[in-house]
Design a protein around this ligand. Structure first.
Ligand code: NAG
Ligand code: NAG
Ligand code: NAG
Ligand code: NAG
Ligand code: NAG
Length: 688
């Protein structure tokens, strides 16, 4: 009996404790909803460094009216890397200081590499593993006739997976002659008795039900809306590394018998820092975007807002394919977006069973699989999807990772392959389909040593966007040519692509952050805020000059100067590989000659300083800083910014975004520093 009461008391105590925890949680939530964080944008009375509030003006419509296609001739000059310079004379409210590396700088930082063809490297023309859909068999044709080993998939019903979720699922088996391929969509194989599965095949399984459904809803000449996304390709990097693609685009405009027009968007700004924060809002709108969610993962998280679900009602079959095996897209989309065709687990298998990786740290190793680059397989898959679904509308999205690495050189491998693919694709499908291709990048490169340069920092924010469209499709929209042509010279961003895509399919979805590129002009006065772009992702935040700093601001500036001085010296004078001061002298930052500033809000601001140093003749730096004291930003989208110090009177975190030299510093010291692996901009050589 005693035991019973003791037990009862115990249970009661646990109950009480749980109740307390719950109540406590309730109290905390209540308190924080009544009194928000002191240093937060919701409390404008609390400011951290400068007391200024920034209210973006509303955009006003341009006073021009669009010229109808019947009276407008679209005849652009051949696209050129430096075309963007002309934008500086247009008086746009958003004009970046720089559009990235100049031609010569770019060639210096990203020298030509010269990747051989995989067929030469691996001494084989195609692959020795095949899926033949006519016979529906999988077979190998190894040159020595030997029987190797294979793995195949899919292994479960998930369309996308994080690597760790699938790595243990495949089973390697001996290849004993041809197999039924009814349920096999991809395979990797080796002809030898080794563990490098360099033979591959990836061939879609036709879905007759989806096709028939689409066919019954396709009423006019079927359309193909196709996002061909090149991960980490700034506009300038496309010109540097894939000139054949550019030539191809130019030929479409210059060849009078061409059925296509192409457009080069010179000021296309990112919406977020990484792939998903740029591309997933195109799929599902800005409100629906999260980078990760809890609960059941085997869902289509974007649901009714997903382009594939909206477009299905208009007779579109869909493809969503990724040439990678990372955690981001599966995290943001769930594992089962309701697309008809998906590519992703195949590349997880490539990651596991071949020496190839798609990570950005993986440098200078060419990504070959048999006689082809890894991206060739998803391109071939895409073409096959389009072939077997001829005659219905299609929404295709594929994401190539060839440029997703830190040397900035591997992008070259797309020069031939993507050009050939595009040429072939247009030739194969233009008769039966209206085609609209967004040849786009999610963002520019954002890794590698050179990323410390201001130019690189800007290029990260200015991804490429080219549109290729059937002339007959553009003619269905009375103002399309003039509208597209003007928009190539205006600020555009990712949400515009969603509105435009839906519009092509006959659906109107107006948002305050987007313009329809086919019949609306992005205003001259449009700035990043108007396109849903946060200041830290913006290529053109306008700074104002502070000529007479208050005592308070002057103190901050002094602090910022010291901070930069330390950072510069730690990479030169105190370089860890050399005795102190053996290659570069100590650099002393002296006079701050210019102070530029922009307030994002009361707790986030940017400073840009120009600072001179007499450590070397004419030495002058331009340094960009972000200062923030709102913790919420760290939790949200800024996790890749690691504020390095805590400073000043409020809990302000400071990060140096970029340090660049604005004097001409080329010469023997530059060469010497580079030879030592020291950032030349930061070095004042000892022997000068
Ligand atoms: C900030 O400046 C405004 C005027 O520019 C002033 O009205 C306000 O009181 C200042 N806030 C603080 C907290 O000093
Ligand atoms: C690849 O194809 C080319 C041209 O058809 C041929 O000359 C070459 O011998 C082939 N290489 C191999 C390894 O089969
Ligand atoms: C490439 O696509 C074609 C059909 O377009 C198909 O026959 C072939 O098997 C595919 N090759 C690979 C390696 O997937
Ligand atoms: C084929 O498409 C239909 C309609 O979208 C879908 O319900 C079905 O699950 C698909 N079948 C396969 C095997 O993916
Ligand atoms: C021009 O386009 C036509 C039709 O697509 C094509 O046959 C021809 O080869 C093209 N000419 C050039 C110079 O590219």
């Amino acid at each position: 009996m005693k035991t019973f009461w003791l037990l009862a008391l115990f249970v009661f105590l646990i109950y009480l404790y749980d109740g307390f925890i719950e109540y406590n949680q309730f109290l905390t939530n209540k308190v924080s909803s009544i009194t928000p964080r002191f240093f937060s944008p919701n409390n404008p009375k609390a400011y951290t460094v400068t007391n200024s509030s920034f209210i973006p003006p509303s955009p006003s419509k341009d006073p021009i009216s669009l010229i109808p296609n019947t009276e407008y001739i679209y005849k652009p000059n051949p696209f050129d890397i430096d075309d963007s310079e002309n934008l500086k004379t247009l008086g746009l409210s958003c004009t970046p200081d720089s559009f990235g590396y100049s031609k010569s700088q770019g060639n210096n930082v990203f020298p030509y590499h010269g990747y051989p063809k995989c067929s030469v490297l691996n001494n084989q023309n195609d692959t020795y593993l095949h899926i033949d859909r006519k016979e529906n068999i999988l077979y190998m044709n190894c040159p020595k006739g030997n029987n190797g080993k294979i793995v195949t998939g899919p292994v479960d019903s998930r369309k996308f997976t994080k690597g760790a979720e699938i790595f243990e699922k495949w089973e390697v088996r001996k290849y004993d002659g041809k197999e039924n391929a009814k349920n096999i969509e991809y395979g990797l194989a080796t002809c030898e008795d080794d563990n490098e599965f360099m033979q591959a095949s990836l061939v879609p399984i036709f879905n007759q039900t989806a096709y028939s459904m689409a066919k019954s809803k396709t009423t006019s000449k079927p359309k193909i809306i196709f996002f061909l996304t090149l991960d980490s390709m700034s506009r300038r990097h496309m010109f540097r590394k894939t000139p054949k693609i550019i030539d191809f685009l130019n030929t479409l405009n210059s060849n009078s018998s061409s059925e296509f027009s192409s457009f080069d968007f010179k000021l296309h700004n990112v919406l977020g820092a990484d792939s998903i924060s740029n591309q997933v809002p195109i799929f599902g709108g800005l409100d629906k975007f999260v980078s990760d969610f809890s609960g059941n993962q085997n869902i289509d998280r974007l649901g009714d807002t997903a382009l594939w679900n909206i477009l299905r009602e208009k007779g579109y079959i869909s493809l969503l394919g990724l040439e990678n095996c990372d955690n981001y897209f599966p995290g943001a989309l769930g594992r089962n977006p309701q697309v008809d065709y998906a590519v992703n687990p195949f590349y997880c298998a490539v990651q596991k069973y071949t020496p190839t990786r798609f990570d950005k740290g993986y440098e200078l190793v060419q990504r070959c699989l048999g006689g082809h680059q890894t991206h060739w397989y998803i391109l071939n898959y895409t073409k096959t999807v389009a072939e077997i679904n001829k005659g219905v509308n299609m929404f295709l999205y594929i994401h190539l990772n060839s440029a997703h690495e830190s040397s900035g050189q591997h992008a070259e491998t797309m020069n031939d392959d993507v050009t050939e693919f595009l040429d072939d694709f247009l030739k194969s499908f233009s008769k039966e389909h209206e085609i609209f291709i967004y040849l786009n990048a999610d963002h520019g490169m954002r890794y590698g040593n050179w990323y410390k340069d201001l130019e690189a920092y800007i290029e990260q924010k200015l991804p490429s966007l080219f549109i290729i469209a059937s002339k007959s499709l553009l003619d269905q929209f009375p103002y399309s040519y003039n509208s597209l042509a003007i928009n190539t010279q205006r600020l555009t961003s990712k949400l515009d692509l969603r509105e435009t895509t839906l519009f092509i399919a006959g659906i109107v979805e107006k948002t305050s952050f987007s313009v329809n590129l086919l019949e609306e002009i992005s205003p001259m006065t449009r700035i990043c805020e108007h396109a849903g772009i946060k200041a830290w992702d913006c290529s053109c935040i306008t700074m104002s000059e502070i000529s007479h700093p208050s005592k308070e601001v002057a103190d901050v500036i002094e602090y910022l100067k010291d901070y930069a001085e330390n950072l510069i010296n730690s990479a030169s004078y105190q370089h860890p590989l050399y005795p102190l001061g053996s290659v570069c002298k100590k650099i002393v930052l002296e006079k701050v000659t210019k102070i530029y500033h922009v307030s994002i809000n009361n707790v986030n601001e940017y400073f840009k300083l120009e600072v001179t140093s007499s450590s070397r003749k004419n030495m002058k730096f331009q340094i960009n800083y972000v200062l923030m004291s709102d913790k919420a930003y760290k939790e949200r989208r800024l996790n890749q910014y690691r504020p390095e110090v805590f400073a000043y009177n409020a809990p302000v975190r400071i990060k140096i975004l970029s340090i660049s030299r604005i004097d001409k510093f080329a010469g023997p010291c530059e060469a010497k520093a580079r030879n030592h692996g020291i950032k030349a901009e930061f070095c004042a050589c000892v022997d000068e």
